[in-house]
Design a protein around this ligand. Structure first.
Ligand SMILES: Cc1ncc(COP(=O)(O)O)c(C=O)c1O
Length: 384
């Protein structure tokens, strides 16, 4: 079997076990996982979904393509994460001051404060879908000393993951939704497969579904809603299973490299600073993003990126705030989100991959210093 066979189920079980969820539903990529989540929760036309502005466009476009309108929330300018206060401010800007769901993003792998976000969502009767495309392997340490893996849905209805090759585990393309509610699990499976069901308990055309003895007709299926094919193949899941077995090794390697970056970059503060950290997030780092005061450095970000590329080092910007993208800016008009703007103005993502060594990190930092201070110049003395 090459698709929706035993390896898909095997991967789903192994993933559910690793994140402490009742079930996971694997699908073609993280974008379809977001779409499945939106549809399974019944989000569509007439609904409003709040999405942080610092994320990949898919976090907004998936619920939007399910029919919902999007209100963008601001983020903390130092961590890139949406906070409860950002959610409240977005709610105040939403039509009639209300929204149906929020999709918090665990940017770079660091968990948002889901307890606080969930409190606001609960008071406003909103559904929660965690976008954990970056955060497989991250664990939240709660106030009572409990360890809550991202994906266990301790504070949310659903969590989505992406297994795109740059993510913590790779499947070529791949995604998953984790869920605990049996009704949502059934809905996710239907949406993944054209909106079809083969579950006898779900059939509505009883006369067509069952024969005279009450046995289900072996060929029978029903269409509950019009849908697409968002399935994943056994081929991808074979890779996913082998990658999942190495998850902790990947997470540890990323942590060691992150600590190495922190140490080597510390003397460059306050010109170059790491993301603000929340000690309660035991983070599986997906991105090593730094904040650079390019104005004070007297150099444009594009120039730094081009210079580092000349030295063979790829860098990136995660992300252009989604509310600034022409499609959303034209649809919703200009929105002032100063935290997201400030974050965007300063951020630069440096290479982070478990196959890197600490020597590679030294090389990256040297190349960054070369761009910021020139070959000869020394970094400025660190301010208190
Ligand atoms: C935060 C976030 N959400 C969703 C996605 C979509 O995942 P995929 O590329 O697997 O469709 C990505 C992928 O880059 C992402 O970074």
């Amino acid at each position: 079997m090459l698709t929706t066979g035993p390896l898909v189920e095997g991967f789903e079980r192994a993933l559910a076990q690793s994140i402490g969820a009742r079930e996971t539903i694997a699908c073609s990529n993280g974008t379809s996982a977001l779409y499945l989540a939106a549809r399974a929760l019944g989000l569509g036309s007439g609904h409003t979904v709040i999405v942080p502005a610092i994320t990949f466009v898919a976090t907004a476009s998936a619920p939007h393509l399910a029919g919902a309108e999007i209100v963008f929330a601001d983020v903390d300018a130092e961590s890139g994460l949406m906070r409860a206060q950002d959610l409240e401010a977005a709610l105040a800007r939403a039509p009639h001051g209300r929204a149906d769901a929020v999709f918090p993003v665990h940017y770079a792998g660091q968990s948002c404060d889901m307890a606080e976000i969930a409190e606001v969502a609960r008071l406003n009767r909103m559904k929660i879908v965690e976008d954990a495309a970056h955060a497989l392997g991250t664990v939240w340490a709660d106030a009572d000393g409990g360890l809550l893996p991202v994906g266990a849905n301790a504070f949310s209805d659903l969590t989505i993951f992406s297994f795109h090759p740059v993510k913590t585990i790779a499947m070529g393309e791949g995604g998953a939704v984790s869920a605990n509610d049996p009704e949502l699990i059934r809905g996710l499976k239907r949406v993944r497969n054209h909106g079809l069901t083969r579950e006898p308990l779900e059939f509505v055309r009883v006369d067509a579904a069952f024969d005279a003895t009450g046995a289900v007709n072996p060929w029978y299926y029903e269409l509950e809603s019009a849908g697409f094919n968002w399935r994943i193949s056994d081929i991808n899941c074979a890779l996913g299973l082998s990658q999942l077995a190495k998850l902790q090794r990947f997470v540890n390697a990323r942590r060691v490299l992150t600590e190495c970056y922190d140490e080597l970059l510390a003397p460059l503060a306050p010109l170059v600073q790491p993301l603000k950290r929340d000690p309660r997030s035991l983070t599986a780092w997906h991105l090593y993003a730094v904040r650079i005061n390019f104005g004070d450095a007297g150099i444009e970000r594009a120039q730094v990126m081009r210079g580092m590329a000349t030295d063979g080092i790829g860098t990136q910007v995660h992300y252009i705030p989604v509310h600034r993208q022409p499609y959303y800016a034209e649809r919703y008009g200009a929105t002032s989100l100063p935290g997201a703007e400030a974050y965007y103005a300063s951020t630069l993502t440096l290479p982070l991959h478990p196959a890197m060594s600490e020597v590679d990190v030294v090389r990256v930092v040297r190349a960054l210093k070369k761009q910021l201070f020139g070959l000869e110049k020394k970094p400025p003395a660190r301010s208190a």
